[in-house]
Design a protein around this ligand. Structure first.
Ligand code: ADP
Ligand code: MG
Ligand code: ZN
Length: 601
């Protein structure tokens, strides 16, 4: 709530600045016009040279002279000209000029000498007037900077000064990680207890993990548990910034942190500023300035200052080594994607504030969602609530959640898309191909659903039962995965003797798997267990001039073999392929139980 108030205050300030800006601009323009006019006057034909003035004065041709105190410009009215055709003249020395005029008057000339008091404008010392444009310009710059500062603060110090209410209980699973981080909570709560003992508490902790695994959440929970402020900033904000601004923001961030200590400073996506310093391009140099400032700040505060810097990244290997040195981010905690138990707990937490029907089985959903992150699971329940509303259900039902899972994984069902008979047949055989091939591959999980109803960008899909959480995948398993992936294309080729673009995603995935097998997991017999990934060309040369060709050859062999195996399997079980494709053409969708029936004979 106070955030809203702040927001209002900020908006008000913004308006004040904006109005001042406009006023200043108008002033500046006005001044410019004034100067231009003034100068024009001087060069004007209406001006009378001083020597000419003296001459006419002596000749008695002048009727009236108007002077302003402190000004050297005088208005002159000649006798033979009309009232409004006064001329201006510049007088080098006003006093001696007045003397001269008075002399002429004493001689009997009729000259009216008017001395006007200084105008308000003329009373401003002339140097100020000449500095006015500069002053206004300066004011303008200050305004612009202040305005930028306002916008900036809104972004960087998002949650500043507000204590978060997130607690460890809001973070599901991650028991060991929480335990490790609890130490930091303790330290933030009772720093004396530790420093008295001479203990050095880590200044920086790096949280590594995929997006959506709960890094931000757990960082907030630490602040929430310790009841200290949470100051955050995201590395990605620095990417398109003016030179020097990144560093100054980091400085401000830590200035703030020192004021609010004990506190947590959270730097999200630290890889955006802290990635390895390799080249010397412009952006790179700027990043370095930001990174250097961060290093300076981290080295600068003592452990008594009780500031703990948490940073998040999903690419720890990309970070500049300088960041990982002792006294900086010397602790790394990996936040994994949740396992079965973790997923169930996350689902339970996010189900709490939703109307979930009695018979919904969160366990089975947890089983079906291996590899999903906390954010994805939270998203599924949210989607399920939307789908349930659309379906006019009292509560969120199992089918709503299952639909949500599909929506999140394959995209939304598009029953309205028009489909030609030919496309339909192609899709039916393609999907039946995946399904039948998988059925005969021992390592592949059971088919959960086959469908030719388009979803997202896919024309159809074959869903598998989710993999149990595994830490390792064997070579056989990967080979069979390739066969299953290419089963779609193999069926098209076999039955229609033509192939389509429908298999592009399968091919993409298969290629990546095959490449990883060869270059990352060392599964190629000829190349051996060597990591070839992410190597610079000169490093690759160490393995021989033609290493690239060899890798390519190995990848191709893996794919070719798998494609061939898929075709062999489909030829063997052509009857199943035909009957399943036929069923799909009629019913569009086959569930797990019905799919099994085809193989029960
Ligand atoms: P990250 O920072 O790792 O990208 P976030 O912390 O922003 O991930 O997580 C996004 C959202 O996902 C959280 O706000 C929360 O709703 C949900 N979430 C992620 N992990 C968990 C978890 N372990 N327990 C509960 N909710 C989680
Ligand atoms: Mg995050
Ligand atoms: Zn496919």
């Amino acid at each position: 709530m106070s955030k809203k108030k702040d927001e209002k205050q900020k908006n008000k300030k913004m308006w004040i600045y904006l109005i001042s800006l406009v006023v200043l601009l108008v002033l500046l323009v006005g001044l410019a016009i004034f100067y231009i006019n003034n100068n024009k006057d001087k060069e004007d034909e209406n001006s009378l040279a001083y020597t000419e003035l003296i001459k006419e004065l002596s000749e008695g041709k002048i009727e009236k002279i108007e002077m302003t105190v402190g000004s050297t410009t005088v208005k002159v009215k000649q006798k033979d000209v009309e009232e409004d055709k006064e001329k201006k003249s510049i007088v080098p020395n006003t006093e001696s000029f007045i003397g001269l005029v008075q002399e002429k008057v004493a001689e009997g000339n009729e000259i009216e000498l008017v001395q006007k008091p200084r105008s308000v404008f003329a009373q401003i010392p002339s140097f100020i007037i000449s500095f006015l444009p500069t002053l206004i310009m300066l004011a303008l710059f200050v305004m612009i900077f202040k305005m930028q500062g306002l916008g900036e603060k809104g972004k960087v110090y998002d949650d500043t000064e507000r204590k978060t209410k997130v607690k460890f209980d809001d973070v599901a699973g991650l028991d060991e990680e929480k335990e490790e981080l609890f130490e930091i909570v303790e330290f933030l709560k009772k720093p004396e207890k530790y420093t008295r003992m001479g203990a050095k508490i880590p200044k920086g902790v790096l949280l590594c993990g995929k997006p959506g695994t709960g890094k931000t959440l757990i960082a907030k929970a630490i602040a929430g548990e310790a009841e200290v402020p949470f100051i955050s900033m995201s590395g990605s904000e620095f990417i398109e910034m003016f030179a020097g601004l990144g560093a100054s923001r980091v400085r401000k961030l830590f200035e703030k942190a020192r004021k609010l200590s004990p506190c947590i400073v959270f730097i999200d996506e630290i890889d955006a500023i802290g990635s390895r310093r390799s080249s010397n391009s412009g952006a790179e140099t700027e990043n370095n300035q930001t990174l250097n400032q961060l290093l300076v700040e981290m080295d600068g505060f003592s452990s008594e200052e009780t500031i703990i810097v948490l940073a998040a990244t999903n690419r720890p290997e990309m970070l500049d080594q300088a960041l990982l040195r002792p006294g900086r981010f010397d602790r790394q905690i990996t936040i994994p994607t949740p396992d079965l138990k973790g997923r169930l707990e996350i689902l339970k937490i996010h189900a709490e504030d939703k109307r979930i029907a009695e018979d919904v089985n969160l366990e089975s959903i947890a089983e079906d969602t291996a590899g999903f992150t906390g954010a994805e699971l939270a998203n599924i329940l949210n989607e399920a609530a939307i789908i349930a509303t659309k379906n006019k259900h009292e509560d969120i039902e199992n089918e709503d959640i299952e639909e949500a899972v599909k929506k999140v994984t394959v995209g939304l069902e598009k029953r309205t898309r028009v489909y030609s008979e030919k496309d339909k047949k192609l899709t039916a055989y393609h999907e039946a191909g995946h399904a039948v091939v998988s059925r005969y591959l021992p390592t592949q999980t059971n088919v959960k659903e086959v469908s030719i109803i388009p979803r997202g960008v896919a024309g159809g899909y074959t869903m598998y039962k989710s993999d149990e959480d595994k830490y390792y995948i064997s070579k056989t398993e990967m080979q069979e995965k390739l066969i299953a992936l290419l089963g779609g294309r193999a069926a098209e080729k076999l039955v229609l003797d033509d192939i389509s673009t429908g298999a592009s995603n399968d091919i993409e995935v298969a290629t990546k798997i095959a490449r990883d097998m060869v270059t990352k997991y060392g599964m190629s017999d000829t190349l051996g267990p060597i990591d070839f990934q992410g190597k610079e060309p000169y490093e690759m040369q160490l393995f021989g001039e033609d290493i690239g060709d060899k890798i390519g050859q190995e990848v191709k062999t893996l794919i070719d073999t798998a494609y061939n195996d898929a075709q062999v399997l489909l030829r063997q079980h052509r009857d199943k392929l035909d009957s399943i494709a036929e069923e799909l053409l009629q019913k569009e969708k086959i569930n797990e139980a019905d799919f099994k029936k085809f193989f029960d004979v």
